[in-house]
Design a binder for this molecule. Structure first.
Ligand code: CP
Length: 348
């Protein structure tokens, strides 16, 4: 739920201009708009709500036909200002699977943002057309800003290097199905931990379950940002350690989360080329890992997971893709306050 405190915090983290305009806007919002739920950050959902949505995603996985008309008459708008394959198409698939429909533009270049339209105005317009929106944006905080002006629920489908909460729900569903739990896990996160929004969201979310520990595997240049270490992990070196090597820590892990070094976040191509192949997991290296250690990756992958890992039963990244449809169906139902036809209850 939005409030002045959460806006100020988000503005600070994301470096958005923080004048009183947004606070004044919240104070003027109608009661029903104020109470509307958006998903901008994983912590917008309580641990209990997260569990309820994951349970719904599992019910959908096990009985898809029961949900085929749940969102009949509803529309999702997919506003993607950055490239995407999985997030965009799985949101669209999710809404179609629920009996709803989809609107959106094929790329930001053909939308009126190209003529200078602001995020605030765009979302006011989309609120007249759709019931819910999934927004991806290169600027941290853009979906948060949109949510302040929206009359419909806004889902952050990835904002710059900040957050990707729906990917995190997918990661949680996959970890739970592979390990049977979301607590007391040692999770290795490898690759671009500086700009990787998926790792930021996942650590934020897992830090709410007891006993989880993290090994951050990255080059110095792409290490986990200080605000994550301070604000999320409370500088507690009992729960995290950093490593420059992948192979040496593999035996310690319950879960390995690989990520891509993201070319689009670098100012210097030379720097990107120097760092892009810093970690490459292959079948030979995987011999050092526990037999039940799933390998996750949000995808797309470039070189960081060799193709010979794909046939290893520990490879879980295409399972994540499949879970993406179930999770996004569940999230659409939750934020549109739709009734689960199997339980007869609302989700959150
Ligand atoms: N995992 C993920 O966000 O993939 P896309 O960039 O293809 O949406």
């Amino acid at each position: 739920m939005l409030n002045a405190g959460s806006i100020i915090k988000c503005c600070e983290i994301n470096g958005i201009r923080n004048d009183n305009k947004y606070i004044d806007h919240i104070n003027c919002m109608k009661e029903e708009e104020y109470d509307m739920r958006h998903l901008i950050d994983p912590k917008d959902l309580s641990v209990e709500e997260t569990g309820d949505i994951l349970a719904l995603a599992e019910r959908i996985r096990d009985n898809m036909p029961a949900y085929s008309e749940v969102a009949k008459g509803k529309k999702i708008a997919t506003l993607f200002y950055e490239p995407s394959t999985r997030t965009r198409l799985s949101f669209e698939t999710a809404m179609l699977n629920l009996g709803g429909t989809v609107i959106g533009f094929p790329s930001a270049d053909v939308s009126s943002v190209n003529k200078g339209e602001t995020v605030e105005d765009t979302i006011r317009v989309i609120s007249c057309y759709a019931d819910i929106v999934a927004m991806r944006h290169p600027k941290e905080g853009a979906p948060m800003l949109a949510s302040l002006y929206s009359r419909i629920p806004v889902i952050n489908a990835g904002d710059g290097g900040h957050s990707h909460p729906t990917q995190t729900m997918i990661d949680l569903m996959t970890i739970k199905s592979r390990k049977g739990r979301l607590d007391n896990l040692t999770v290795g996160l490898c690759g671009d931990l500086k700009f990787g929004r998926t790792v930021h969201s996942l650590v934020k979310s897992l830090s709410r379950y007891k006993g989880n520990k993290y090994i951050f595997i990255s080059p110095q240049e792409l290490k986990m940002p200080d605000y994550m270490i301070q604000d999320v992990l409370d500088n507690n070196t009992d729960v995290y350690k950093e490593s420059r090597q992948l192979e040496s820590v593999l035996p310690e892990l319950d879960v390995l989360y690989m990520t891509r070094v993201q070319k689009e976040r670098f100012f210097s191509e030379d720097e990107y080329i120097r760092l892009r192949d810093c970690y490459i997991l292959n079948a030979e290296k995987l011999k050092k890992a526990p037999k039940d250690m799933p390998v996750l990756h949000p995808l797309p992958r470039i070189t960081e997971i060799a193709a010979d890992v794909d046939k290893d039963p520990r490879a879980a990244y295409f399972e994540q893709v499949q879970n993406g449809v179930y999770v996004r169906m569940a999230l659409i139902m939750a934020l549109l306050v739709l009734t689960d036809p199997v339980t007869g209850k609302k989700i959150i």
